[in-house]
Design a protein around this ligand. Structure first.
Ligand code: NAD
Length: 497
């Protein structure tokens, strides 16, 4: 365990952002830095330095040097570190949740929930001995006296580049699988929320992975591009907005790397006349306004089919206007602030544009002011009369805004769902099996919820997206993760004596 890390903490939130390379905490050499800001108060929590090309190179060399020995460490020993990491993360859950809530703004309950989903991936990766057996195999006597085997082998150094909206969960979609399968790993977290990773890496440090197996570098676009172009990086996992996902996919591929790049989203929910509306409404509210709408699975357009619309609209307005807006760390808060003032301005711009295009505000959160806090708040907002030709019906909102639309029948609703360039998720509310089947069959999205508004796959399933929501073929988590992080090698052998 590194000894340099005994520094003041007040309370739970670290006031410094270091890299973690070769088992040591180090302050990155940097020419650029930026503040880490509490979005609920505007308070500066810390400064994050952007690692230079040399600093990144040093981290990659360190991870590369650690690879051979780590690869030779039996998989059953490798996963013992993950069993320990699970315990460390569980013991630190409250502390990480507080830091996460402070730097991101989401509620403590949401922060705890995402850390738990991250830990779930550590648990799944503990099964790596068995996961590596899947897809491997032996056939004796493929020719006379000749046997053939398929075995999984790790590839080297992997990196994961992650977004701001799930600062604890998303790094843990990658780290456990990459290292359990015998690779070494470098995390580059979002520079907007680097503090959660500081605490996660304190847990990593406590677990005593061999030096250089698990590393952390902080920084922004230049740091990312250095990783994408580095000769000794074998593969890249990315989660973030679609334009950056496409850039990462293309650049990493041009440099001969494996790459999986999850992008942005635009998700619709459809409610039919066969739905249990009273049950659907709280579910939809959680999907749209949870995490202040900053979730790639948020269904920010809700289509009411036929006669269900009026009742649905009234119930949604009633539920949305009763949500409590505030700092994530305050217990009564249900909707936290947006990550930056720029994000808030962008969402306000989308609302303005929707109004110009003919949508109507039925709940207006634009002028929300917190009585005590000067944060990036936006009150729950609800627009009706949204149609698929509007910008707000096609672009990701990433704010607490619900767009209501109408369709005459399910066929028309499905056409609306499929009208966007994205394909991350979609939900249907119905009690009709045949409607559910049609929806699952015809909707072009990677994650479909039936009466479920946030259809986030468990760690033992892959997290899929389609169209502009995903670049690559193997997704995060589960079986796809082991396929991404290993190469299946064929070995054919014959012995003469
Ligand atoms: P972002 O694309 O701005 O940043 C993501 C990462 O890319 C960060 O680590 C950042 O440092 C890096 N980056 C940013 N600009 C870059 C550039 N020009 N060159 C190289 N690297 C760059 O995304 P964000 O705002 O942090 O996250 C929100 C987005 O992530 C939303 O679009 C959301 O839908 C998406 N997201 C998708 C999923 C999914 O599973 N598909 C999950 C979570 C978030």
């Amino acid at each position: 365990m590194s000894e340099q890390r005994e520094r003041a903490v007040s309370p739970a939130v670290r006031d410094h952002v270091d890299n973690y390379v070769g088992g040591e905490w180090t302050t990155p050499a940097s020419e650029t830095s930026q503040p880490v800001v509490d979005p609920a108060t505007g308070d500066e929590l810390a400064t994050v330095e952007h690692s230079t090309v040399e600093t990144v190179d040093d981290a990659v060399q360190t991870a590369n040097e650690a690879f051979e020995e780590w690869r030779q460490t039996p998989v059953v020993e490798r996963v013992q570190h993950l069993f320990d990491l699970k315990t460390e993360l569980e013991n630190r859950l409250d502390e990480i949740a507080t830091a996460l809530s402070r730097e991101h703004g989401k509620t403590i309950a949401e922060a705890r929930g995402e850390i738990e989903r991250g830990i779930e991936n550590v648990e799944v990766a503990c099964g790596m001995p068995n996961m590596m057996r899947e897809g491997s195999g032996n056939v004796e006597d493929v020719a006379s006296g000749m046997d053939e085997h398929a075995v999984r082998q790790p590839l080297g150094v992997f990196t994961a580049i992650t977004p701001f909206n799930f600062p604890a969960m998303i790094p843990l979609w990658f780290l456990p699988y990459a290292v359990a399968s015998g690779n070494t790993f470098i995390l580059k977290p979002s520079e907007k929320v680097p503090l959660s990773s500081q605490l996660i890496f304190e847990a990593v440090d406590a677990v005593d992975f061999p030096d250089g197996v698990v590393n952390l570098v902080n920084g922004g676009a230049e740091t990312v591009n250095t990783l994408l172009e580095h000769d000794d990086i074998a593969g890249v996992s990315f989660v973030g907005s679609s334009p950056v996902a496409k850039h990462v996919y293309e650049t990493a591929a041009q440099h001969g790397k494996r790459v999986q790049a999850q992008g942005g989203a635009k998700n619709y929910a459809v409610v039919t006349e066969n739905a249990e509306v009273d049950d659907a409404v709280p579910n939809i509210i959680g999907s749209v306004y949870g995490n202040a709408g900053q979730r790639c699975l948020a269904n920010d357009v809700v289509v009411g089919v036929g006669d269900v619309y009026d009742n649905l609209r009234e119930q949604l307005i009633d539920a949305a206007e009763n949500l409590t807006v505030g700092a994530g760390v305050d217990e009564e808060t249900e909707v936290g602030p947006l990550i930056t003032d720029d994000s808030r301005e962008r969402v306000l711009g989308l609302i303005e544009n929707a109004l110009e295009e003919g949508a109507e505000l039925v709940l207006d959160g634009r002028d929300f002011e917190h009585p005590e806090l000067d944060g990036n708040f936006l009150g729950p907002t609800l627009l009706k009369g949204v149609t698929t030709d509007m910008e707000i019906a096609q672009e990701e909102i990433f704010g607490p805004v619900l767009c209501l639309a109408e369709a005459e029948d399910l066929d028309e609703a499905i056409e609306m769902v499929n009208s966007t360039k994205y394909g991350n998720a979609s939900s249907l509310y119905t009690e009709s099996g045949s409607e559910a089947r049609q929806y699952k069959y015809e909707v072009d999205a990677g994650n479909i919820g039936i009466n479920v508004g946030v259809c986030a796959p468990m760690g033992f399933f892959h997290f899929g997206g389609r169209k502009a929501s995903f670049f690559g073929d193997l997704h995060a988590q589960g079986e796809d993760a082991v396929n991404f992080y290993t190469e299946k090698t064929i070995q054919i052998e014959r012995w003469y004596s």
